[in-house]
Design a protein around this ligand. Structure first.
Ligand code: Z57
Length: 843
């Protein structure tokens, strides 16, 4: 029976339970209260870090009230819910975002100033939550913000890594050094440990089929690990809805193995406890490469098993039959990393819920949705069958069964087509055999989507072509990525946000949630006073960046130059090398100019930032050329160029170490032009391109990913496109292999640049040789094919920048037409066309 509530006096409860007061004096009271109690510190010697913690705890109180209310509504109304499974959530900092979403920033700023602190200093104390590598993880974070802001019942599920993406240091020689990221060292106020929410997850052991006429099996033995929940509050913008991001931490089932301990094997006892904790100890820092490590597979299963157990428990509380599961639950798979959720749900339905195979498969294929984020072959996950058999014997059986039934149905549709069966099998033949995770994710899902129009077309016509032919085109779609305008405009560029509100004569609460309203800025491109304000804000953002670089690196930057920015993970396909070789070309050109010619040149500052995957040295083998050498080249080119009195006023170059979400928030609003120059067909979408354009930076890029849709929106006259198009890429690669043309003939300008590097103009000549040779021979990413048109595009950028009035018009028009790229639009497409969920107001 239900307990009587309230227990005591209703009036007392109700009075105590109303929302927290948010007048400034209540805020300072709450702040000081946290200093004295939660932090147990003396108010008189409180430093900025303590002030950050007190402010965070005080803001968190507001979030927790909303978060509880939201959970209660979800439980009471039991709407269909969606779950976003992502191995990465690149959240960045939270305090500023929470204050803005709650609409409390001005009041808190007022309060902390009255107590003698500056809001800016306090915000700067926070460490980034960097539980992701790059675009895929940041997309997940934007999607959580948009879900909460639109009152959608969406939860995230991920891992609580003890160490996030490594901290990048750059040695004086230009080598990337990696240091651990102990982000949890100063208590994290944004998470709530839920030690009572815990599940057991099994590894290894053996699986025995019952062979009793059912498909059931018993999986037993092996190792059991505990998954413990940590909840992170996700506040919506100007709404009470506060969703949840549940992150799992692994720990040993018992503190240590009692048997070994009693047998005097203290070390052995501790070892088993170490291996359980190891599962969530560190984020894998490899982006776009699969690595085949057992610990990574353990992470994937640990996380999907705990998340599914949690989702199923919540579903069961509604009291509906299991066959109605897809009416209450949609699960989005962010890339193939959570694909084990498919055989795991089959295992639960068959072995634990005693469902027939067909019923189980019906439930599974109505529950999951799969987003593909790349067509690069080296990034497509494959797991060795022997490893899966060893770690997850029952899942391997289920995968074989899925494959058998699937191939039988393919055979029925295409009788005798053995090539097709080989191509489509979930198991790739070889030594060892491997499970193709993208195929498993596709056939186990209700829908499959790519992340930009071009990319989704490529998915349908290349890696999943056979699956489109077999299952029909309607299962395969596109949801173009988006970004949250809260963080990527209002938070990172407050002056521009304020100008927009003044100009549109509407509160930001309105246009931040209806971003296509930015179109109303278009006529103001013709207004000289408006243009002056627009340009002045860009200038102040450039000065803010220069100040940041001055304080953190001690370098003085010329803010009267065009700011040219390329910031993203280092990867061959993203072609940072093309950019640096272009910089060298510019440098050599300047060196040959007369003083009179130089007078006509507009100064340019080039910024790079980004992390490269750590090198793994295989004993005695030289490590292959990779993007780490590109960093080294950039740093050494910078050293030479920035010191050259002939050119340094006209060209300078900076590699900013340790790229992060919070560094992006300073760089992006300061950019005049940003570079998105992947070989056509290789960048699935890109999302920083959207961030730059939303902040009035123009785009220099290839006809690739979301660049194409940005150009469609803002107009081709406002972007700088260059390079070969996707359909030409395959032919060009074929030419490179079978009819190679020496680079001196094909692209003399590039050959000259390469020769200068080889000749030691930037030192370390032999170090760069392997990197340069990837361009001279093979040139898989087509630098030699695109270089001339790249240089021409850079010249057009220079030319356009000389007419500053026209440039500012382009900048305004670009921002004005970026409404489509709000992640609100993207997440609504998922909600309506895929998940079938609706907003639920929390009042
Ligand atoms: C990652 O960040 C992306 C794709 C991947 O397969 C992996 Br692994 C990591 C990126 C794409 O490269 C971007 O083009 C895209 O914008 C982003 O995912 C979000 O979809």
């Amino acid at each position: 029976g239900k307990e009587k509530w309230p227990r005591g006096e209703e009036k007392v409860w109700k009075e105590a339970m109303r929302d927290l007061d948010t007048d400034v004096s209540s805020i300072t009271k709450s702040f000081v209260n946290h200093v004295q109690t939660s932090l147990a510190r003396q108010p008189y010697n409180l430093d900025n870090l303590g002030a950050y913690q007190a402010a965070a705890l005080s803001v968190r109180d507001n979030l927790l009230v909303n978060w509880n209310e939201t959970s209660l509504q979800y439980t009471r109304k039991a709407p269909k819910r969606a779950y976003y499974l992502s191995l990465e959530f690149l959240m960045g900092r939270t305090l500023d975002n929470a204050l803005l979403n709650l609409g409390l920033k001005d009041k808190y700023a007022d309060g902390v100033e009255q107590l003698g602190f500056s809001m800016e200093d306090i915000l700067d104390q926070e460490r980034d939550a960097a539980l992701g590598n790059g675009g895929l993880g940041r997309l997940a974070a934007c999607y959580l913000d948009s879900s909460a802001s639109q009152e959608l019942p969406v939860w995230g599920y991920g891992l609580r890594y003890k160490y996030g993406i490594f901290q990048q240091l750059i040695s004086p020689e230009g080598n990337q050094l990696e240091a651990p990221d102990p982000w949890l060292d100063n208590q994290n106020p944004w998470e709530l440990p839920r030690l009572d929410v815990a599940y057991q997850v099994r590894f290894y052991g053996h699986a025995d089929r019952l062979n009793d006429g059912t498909p059931r099996a018993v999986w037993a033995g092996g190792q059991e690990v505990l998954a413990v929940a940590y909840d992170v509050m996700i506040p919506g913008c100007y709404t009470k809805t506060t969703n949840n991001l549940r992150l799992w931490e692994s720990k040993p089932k018992r503190g240590f193995d009692l048997n070994s301990f009693n047998a005097g094997n203290y070390e052995g006892a501790v070892e088993s406890s170490n291996s359980a904790a190891a599962i969530t100890s560190v984020l894998y820092p490899n982006d776009h490469t699969t690595f085949g490590k057992e610990l990574r597979l353990k992470q994937q299963y640990f996380w999907t098993a705990a998340s599914l157990a949690d989702i199923i428990r919540r579903f069961k509380n509604i009291g509906k039959p299991i066959t109605e599961f897809p009416d209450y639950v949609a699960i989005q798979l962010n890339d193939t990393h959570p694909t084990l959720a498919i055989p795991e749900l089959m295992r639960i339905l068959i072995d634990e819920e005693d469902q027939p195979w067909a019923t189980a498969w019906q439930i599974v294929t109505n529950t999951f949705f799969y987003t593909n984020h790349t067509v690069l072959p080296e990034a497509l996950e494959k797991w060795p069958v022997p490893l899966l058999e060893h770690l997850l014997p029952r899942h391997m059986q289920i995968i074989y069964d899925i494959n058998l039934l699937f191939l039988q149905s393919v055979e029925r549709k295409f009788p005798g087509d053995r090539d097709r069966l080989g191509r489509m099998s979930l198991i790739e033949e070889g030594f060892p055999k491997q499970v193709r995770m993208a195929f498993l994710a596709s056939i186990g899902s209700r829908k499959v989507n790519g992340v930009a129009e071009l990319h989704s077309d490529l998915v349908k016509t290349t890696i999943l072509k056979d699956f489109v032919e077999f299952e029909g085109i309607s299962k395969f779609g596109n949801v173009t990525n988006g970004i949250t305008p809260r963080r990527w405009l209002d938070q990172c560029n407050p002056e521009l946000s304020a100008l927009i509100s003044r100009t549109l004569k509407v509160d930001k609460a309105v246009w931040l949630k209806e971003l296509t309203r930015l179109e109303q800025l278009l006529p103001f491109a013709e207004d000289a006073a408006f243009r002056a304000e627009w340009a002045a804000i860009k200038q102040r953002n450039k000065e803010r960046l220069a100040h940041h670089v001055q304080v953190t690196l001690g370098l003085t930057i010329n803010t009267n130059a065009m700011f040219d920015v390329q910031i993203k993970r280092l990867h061959e396909y993203k072609r940072q090398t093309l950019n640096i070789l272009g910089v060298i070309h510019r440098y050599l050109t300047l060196k040959n100019m007369s003083a009179a010619e130089k007078k006509k040149v507009n100064p340019r500052v080039v910024f790079f930032a980004g992390k490269a995957a750590p090198a793994y040295y295989i004993a005695k083998l030289p490590s292959p050329p990779n993007h780490r050498q590109t960093i080294r080249l950039i740093v050494n080119v910078a050293r030479v160029i920035n010191a050259d009195p002939d050119t340094k006023d006209l060209l300078s170059l900076y590699f900013l170490p340790d790229y992060s979400v919070s560094l992006a928030e300073v760089l992006i609003p300061a950019s005049d032009i940003s570079q998105h120059i992947s070989t056509a067909g290789t960048e699935a979408s890109g999302t920083s391109n959207m961030k730059f354009c939303l902040n009035g930076g123009l785009l220099l890029g290839t006809v690739d990913g979301a660049n194409i849709e940005i150009a469609e929106e803002v107009g081709e006259s406002n972007v700088f496109f260059f390079g070969h198009l996707t359909p030409a890429v395959e032919d060009l690669r074929y030419q490179h292999t079978y009819h190679p043309v020496p680079i001196e003939e094909k692209c003399p300008a590039l050959a000259h640049v390469l020769n200068q590097v080889s000749a030691g103009l930037f030192g370390d000549a032999d170090v760069y040789e392997p990197l340069l040779n990837t361009i001279r021979q093979g040139d898989h990413y087509l630098l030699s094919d695109d270089f001339d048109s790249y240089i021409a595009a850079l010249a057009m950028v220079d030319e356009a920048y000389l007419d500053r009035t026209e440039w500012v018009k382009k900048s305004i028009r670009t921002t004005a037409k970026m409404g489509k790229f709000s992640s609100d639009r993207a997440i609504m497409e998922y909600a309506e066309s895929y998940w079938n969920i609706e907003p639920l107001s929390v009042v």
